[in-house]
Design a protein around this ligand. Structure first.
Ligand code: DNO
Length: 403
């Protein structure tokens, strides 16, 4: 697999030199300063390519921008309101511009309003580091008592409703503000950051949009983009919902194998694919990751490797981000299945046989807290994750070669 590293651009406190030292082979980034719905101009793409290629003193990094994460899909496209057809044209233009610059793997997501969501960004781990957590009771407390969404209590089991009320009563004002910011202000890479009032307005935009309709909108988006992507040799890869279940009463339609199957059948183009995020899919006990790799392998264009530990085998549930080789996903089996898919592609003569992967997230350990990088994206925690994953990849490849 191609070992890539996410870099948030020149503002990132984790530098390209750090990525080099971690042994990264290529960079995943995005033009985060361009608002969703707007075109990514060639000049801006080239500028970022230049920033990836050279350190500030002009010496080469030896790295190139190979994967876009993400080219955001506008809320107008997801809801099919306003100038959504204009947004489709602009998305198509961005795809063409990226291809012209030699970038062909493009990750996006189709989550309504919120991108990935956590309630704690730095919860202490047993070994003294910090990890990200999604706590269902905290989230319900936010939904029912901070956002005060009508009907919210109907969306949670009775025991969670009661626990959330109790937790909210005991919550300090600082924690309430922190929880609201964690959920609404957007985690790294999220296309938009909302206030509580923005979220309320956005929820209203989704009135009447149930899962079936949102799925149709996703298929419409891909039906429009597939011919453009094919023409330019671009591979689109949808990142799973994180967490993989409905939030705030909004449907989420890229959470399970069924979701993927439905869209892949509706848009049977190799240019329309999947970002296999082991951590996002792995938050559901009913997602069998090696089986999903077996089924969707040919259309997996990008991989995020990380692990979670669920507090219960239920959907929804609380979960914590675990070390890359700990947690409930059998990472060795996942990597084994991905390497097998690479071998299959090589035998088939596919030019894109090598699948780009990145170590996704990482605990904050050692000096990570001092540096203050973006939540989930520390230097040392990710370096450790990549080192462990590389160890598994190397060992499995050697075993396979010897067999
Ligand atoms: C979180 C990321 C996501 C991802 C987007 C892709 O760490 O994996 O924010 O970038 O959902 O569109």
């Amino acid at each position: 697999m191609r070992q890539t590293w996410r870099w948030f651009g020149p503002v990132d406190k984790v530098t390209l030199a750090d990525a080099q030292q971690a042994g990264a082979e290529a960079i995943v980034t995005a033009l985060h300063h361009i608002t969703s719905g707007a075109v990514w101009p060639v000049a801006e793409i080239e500028k970022r390519q230049g920033e990836v290629a050279s350190h500030k003193d002009g010496t080469p990094t030896g790295l190139a921008w190979e994967v876009v994460e993400s080219l955001p899909v506008s809320e107008a496209i997801k809801t099919q309101t306003g100038d959504w057809r204009g947004d489709l044209d602009r998305y198509a233009e961005s795809l063409a511009n990226l291809a012209q610059c030699g970038i062909h793997t493009i990750c996006y997501n189709f989550m309504p309003v919120l991108d990935w969501t956590r309630t704690d960004l730095r919860a202490p781990t047993a070994t003294g580091g910090a990890a990200m957590v999604f706590d269902l009771v905290d989230f319900a407390a936010f939904d029912m008592h901070i956002l005060s969404r009508a009907g919210a209590r109907d969306d949670y089991p009775r025991d969670v409703v009661d626990a959330a009320a109790e937790r909210f009563t005991a919550m300090s004002d600082d924690r309430k503000a922190e929880l609201a910011a964690n959920v609404t202000a957007g985690l790294p890479g999220a296309a938009e950051r909302w206030t509580l009032d923005d979220v309320r307005a956005k929820l209203a935009d989704y009135r009447g949009i149930d899962a079936a309709r949102l799925r149709r909108h996703h298929v419409d988006f891909l039906t429009a983009m597939a011919p453009i992507a094919e023409k330019h040799g671009v591979r689109l890869c949808c990142h799973p919902d994180d967490p993989p279940w409905p939030l705030l009463g909004l449907p989420r339609v890229w959470s399970t194998a069924d979701d993927v199957r439905h869209v892949f059948e509706a848009v049977p183009s190799q240019a329309v694919g999947l970002t296999l995020c082991a951590g996002s899919f792995g938050a559901r006990p009913d997602n069998d990751l090696p089986a999903m790799i077996g089924e969707f392998g040919p259309r997996i264009h990008f991989v995020h490797l990380r692990n979670v530990t669920r507090a219960a085998d239920a959907v929804p549930c609380s979960f914590a981000e675990d070390a890359h080789l700990a947690g409930q996903t059998d990472m060795v089996a996942v990597i084994g299945a991905l390497l097998q898919e690479e071998r299959r592609r090589r035998n088939e003569g596919r030019a894109d046989w090598q699948i780009p992967m990145r170590p996704d997230h990482g605990h904050e350990i050692l000096d990570d807290a001092v540096r203050g990088a973006q939540p989930g994206y520390p230097a040392i925690g990710r370096l450790k994750g990549l080192a462990e994953l590389r160890g598994v990849m190397t060992a499995l490849e050697a075993c396979c070669a010897a067999a």
